[in-house]
Design a protein around this ligand. Structure first.
Ligand SMILES: [Zn+2]
Ligand SMILES: [Zn+2]
Length: 334
């Protein structure tokens, strides 16, 4: 029996008697990162990377959770468990398992390009590699972050010159922290929507060094800094916080913005292709770097990516998980 297998509640290690990113309540859950499609409530006990712990507690409430720094192993029923940087968001981890010479790595979500904030992705050698494939199509190839940041800044300034308020829509865990330097480096004041503010505070309390921001409150409807930008979760209501006489321009920051049709469909004024997932070359380089004999593809364009890997001589198969569905609209999958 393989060390990891798919059960109705998700990826299960029978020897260790634990799950990785289970879909429902279990006894013991190892969590790659705190995005809602990976970290679900109701389990008896959680284990995650140190920086994921405060966010897990923020999102799931009172839970029993142990955390580990990157690279430090623990043993559970003889299975060696360790967390390794996935470069996806702060605290995100690939989980490595080892038992009697058999090694597995569950990537969770990952990106291979450094974002200047989360600990950069580290390839981990293994025999069995479970990879995501959110952007597993050749059209997805990211521009350098500095380039996208400068486009975002220019767009913000252009909106302000038209007396509009630039609002950047970004998911609360990951993108909302990552894009701060785009503005902070240019001394552009940043207002954070209340739904993002708590996550920001939790990271500050955990010792993460983040640029200075201002909480967006109802008081700003009367006193809004005209040179400021707003960062808010996608689709959030801003009416209560912004001056009534001002028009808002909304930009979405997401890998899906590579495709213009997506932007139009979501009715945004602008879109910036900035993703916390690996692009096509990133996925291929990650798979190669593991040296794995067996690749399991999940979470995205798995049929296409699996077929491509097999054509290139890898031994790849699809892992059908509950993460499937419309990845373009899935919460925080961008
Ligand atoms: Zn994620
Ligand atoms: Zn995900």
């Amino acid at each position: 029996m393989p060390l990891l297998q798919l059960s109705p509640q998700g990826l299960y290690c029978a020897v260790g008697d634990f799950f990785i990113d289970p879909w429902g309540p279990v006894n013991k859950a190892l969590i790659t990162h705190a995005h809602s499609d990976h970290a679900r409530g109701g389990s008896q006990h959680y284990m995650c990377q140190d920086l994921t712990k405060p966010i897990l507690q923020l999102r799931l409430g009172k839970i029993a959770v142990d955390s580990l720094p990157y690279g430090k192993p623990v043993w559970h029923n003889g299975v060696k468990i360790s967390f390794h940087p996935a470069g996806h968001v702060l605290g995100s981890a690939q989980i490595r398992l080892e038992y009697q010479g058999e090694t597995w790595v569950v990537s969770g979500d990952y990106k291979t390009a450094a974002d200047g904030l989360s600990t950069p992705f580290e390839p981990v050698a293994c025999q069995h590699f479970i990879t995501e494939s959110t952007f597993g199509l050749p059209i997805y190839q990211w521009a350098p972050q500095a380039e996208v940041f400068s486009q975002m800044r220019n767009w913000a300034l252009a909106q302000q010159s038209k007396d509009r308020i630039p609002v950047f829509e970004a998911y609360g865990l990951g993108k909302a922290q990552r894009i701060l330097p785009a503005f902070a480096q240019a001394q552009i004041p940043i207002y954070l929507h209340p739904r993002i503010w708590h996550t920001h505070q939790a990271f500050l309390e955990a010792g993460v060094d983040l640029p200075t921001v201002l909480p967006l409150t109802a008081a700003h409807a009367k006193a809004f800094l005209p040179e400021a930008v707003v960062i808010a979760p996608p689709g959030s209501s801003l009416q209560a916080y912004l001056p009534k006489n001002k028009t808002v321009s909304t930009a979405m920051c997401s890998g899906w913005m590579t495709v213009n049709a997506q932007r139009k469909q979501q009715d945004k004024d602008a879109g910036f292709a900035l993703s916390d997932h690996a692009d096509w070359p990133g996925l291929l380089s990650a798979v190669k770097a593991t040296g794995a004999e067996n690749i399991y593809v999940t979470h995205g364009f798995q049929t296409i990516f699996t077929r491509y890997l097999n054509e290139q001589g890898w031994r790849a198969q699809e892992l059908k998980t509950a993460f499937q569905g419309d990845a373009a609209t899935e919460e925080e999958s961008a």
